[in-house]
Design a protein around this ligand. Structure first.
Ligand code: ATP
Ligand code: MG
Length: 454
């Protein structure tokens, strides 16, 4: 907890409060990296003026409305504690502008009280503030007691209607902090779930904040993502932000190896990837890896390729960065590899040649999670363990074009011309070397390549 930041903010002579998630996490005894502050009785200009002598002040805007500032203190040590800046706002109230292109507006208003600023927040546990000068806790909705009981209550029954993203925020808090949903909150979620359809993709997926993480990412990166996903399914929220799941939910795989509906399998694999502390890309792959199955079962097409295409559509719509989307698509496309056959050095080097070491590790992690949820035979797990070991053993042995003892220039010197034949010859040499690393000797490869010239 950055008491240093709090002490610094107090030293500026503003009567500041730390608010929201930072107060919640402090009461839970958890680290919270991005503390937000609230200064009552000032407006945007007043806040700017008060902070300007102490560092750089940037306006924060939401939908063209000024909603506070991002502050980069001149003080070096404090700036390093909050490299993305410190969020400081005047009190704000919310004015609803109806569902559709813009669900609500937040406006700053220096006459708004702390309690009223808390009233526009989503959950009672997020609607607390602590006054830095006195340590006093402002808790107008009983958030502290709810926190102790691990209960998630909305601040108002209109909460989800005003901003349906809060449904997903609630589910991700449940995943992160093991909250339970009260019957009330659950009923509100169910009633307002259709509103999620109108929420912009970036708020759900790729995220609007500097951390580049929307609520779905935070949900998946939590500790209990499967419970949250089941609730998303049961409340009807899931198909609103992931309509691709409409054909997944209840899809019967009709196999003894994988009993139960398809979505349960996906949720369980996500849960395993969480237990294995996997990266976001692997968790997204887990969630989406078999979404191609229903169509594949109908048409006979390859489910992994279909899945990769569907995953691409999902991640594009949810505004994930291209690098994340492309990696997840490759993981989904590559997830269905077989583990029969001898798991030897050649097998491992071929696997490395297809995916590279980083993706190979992610695919293995995914496979681990995937097999853990299926009724597999012992040999499958043994082969997986063998491949994991082999991949680490073989990763420095030749499996990339750059590992070859010859390159394109050598082949040009040996009589090849620029063009596809040269590329094909290099690929063929690599093939040979993957099969037999001892063949990776310059003279030997040049002789081999020369023999292919007509
Ligand atoms: P974390 O920072 O761990 O993601 P957080 O609860 O701090 O969790 P932020 O997105 O940082 O979430 O938001 C800070 C605070 O702003 C929240 O605790 C909540 O009080 C309020 N808030 C954020 N988004 C909304 C929203 N959509 N509706 C109402 N209040 C919100
Ligand atoms: Mg926060």
């Amino acid at each position: 907890m950055s008491t240093a930041t709090r002490r610094y903010i107090s030293s500026l002579g503003l009567d500041a409060y730390v608010v929201g998630g930072a107060v919640r996490d402090e009461l839970l005894g958890i680290e919270h990296s991005d503390e937000d502050f609230l200064v009552p009785g000032v407006d945007q200009a007043g806040l700017r003026a008060a902070l300007a002598p102490h560092g750089r002040v940037e306006d924060m805007e939401v939908h063209g409305q000024l909603v506070g500032v991002r502050f980069f203190p001149r003080d070096r040590t404090i700036r390093e504690l909050a490299p993305a800046g410190i969020e400081i706002t005047p009190p704000r109230r919310e004015s609803s502008v109806g569902p559709g292109h813009r669900d609500f507006e937040i406006v700053t208003d220096s006459s708004v009280s702390i309690a009223d600023d808390m009233a526009r927040r989503d959950f009672t546990v997020n609607a607390m503030a602590r006054r830095l000068a006195t340590d006093e806790l402002v808790d107008p909705f009983g958030g502290r007691a709810h926190l102790e009981r691990r209960e998630l209550h909305t601040v108002s029954p209109e909460s989800f209607r005003e901003d349906p993203l809060r449904i997903l925020r609630g589910l991700r808090l449940l995943s992160q902090l093991s909250f339970t949903l009260t019957t009330d909150t659950l009923a509100q979620m169910r009633a307002e779930a259709p509103g999620l359809r109108h929420v912009s993709g970036e708020r759900i997926g790729g995220g609007v904040d500097a951390d580049g993480m929307g609520e779905l990412s935070k949900l998946l990166l939590g500790r209990r993502p499967a419970d949250a996903l089941r609730l998303a399914r049961d409340t009807g929220a899931l198909v609103e932000f992931l309509p691709e799941f409409a054909v997944v939910i209840g899809h019967d795989l009709g196999s003894a190896r994988q009993p139960g509906p398809l979505e349960e399998h996906l949720f369980e694999v996500v849960q395993r990837t969480a237990e294995l502390d996997a990266a976001l890309e692997v968790r997204l792959c887990a969630l989406l890896h078999d979404v191609g199955k229903p169509e594949a079962d109908r048409t006979g097409a390859d489910h992994a390729h279909l899945g990769a295409r569907i995953a691409g559509g999902v991640l594009r719509r949810l505004r994930y960065p291209n690098v994340v989307r492309e990696e997840v698509q490759r993981l989904v496309a590559g997830h269905a590899f077989w583990l029969d056959g001898p798991i030897d050095g050649v097998f491992a080097r071929r696997f490395l040649a297809s995916h590279g070491i980083d993706r190979a590790r992610r695919l293995l992690l995914h496979k681990h999670a995937d097999l853990a949820t299926k009724r597999v035979e012992p040999w499958e797990l043994e082969h997986l363990a063998a491949l994991e070991r082999r991949v680490e053993e073989e990763r420095e042995r030749p499996h990339r074009l750059s590992d070859l003892a010859v390159d394109g220039n050598d082949l040009l010197a040996a009589g090849y011309r620029e063009g596809p034949a040269l590329g094909a010859a290099l690929a063929r040499l690599l093939d040979l070397v993957i099969d037999d690393p001892a063949a990776n000797a310059r003279e030997r490869l040049l002789a081999e390549a020369a023999s292919w010239l007509s």
